[in-house]
Design a binder for this molecule. Sequence first.
Ligand SMILES: [Zn+2]
Length: 97
Amino acid sequence: MPVQPKEEPSPNTACQLPRTKRRFRFREYTVTPDTAPEAEPRVYAMQCGVCSKSGPTSTDAEKAHGWVAAHLHSQPGHLTYSEHVTLPYRAIPGRWL
Ligand SMILES: [Zn+2]
């Protein structure tokens, strides 16, 4: 007796949801530094250019810079540093296009 292969369900029969129309609109935005009182704070950190070690992050730039003096004390040959500053920004919605 010949064996009939089982019919597998069509992928289209599993999904019978109605299609919904979607409409998208574009909008202009201006990205600017966020100076609002509720904005995220500025964060500072210093990094050694020789060994890549970083000091602690701080919202106080002077505290972040203080790590350089401590690092120089333990590593007198490490004379180059980078400052990493994180600034909050805000996207302000503009007109619809
Ligand atoms: Zn170093």
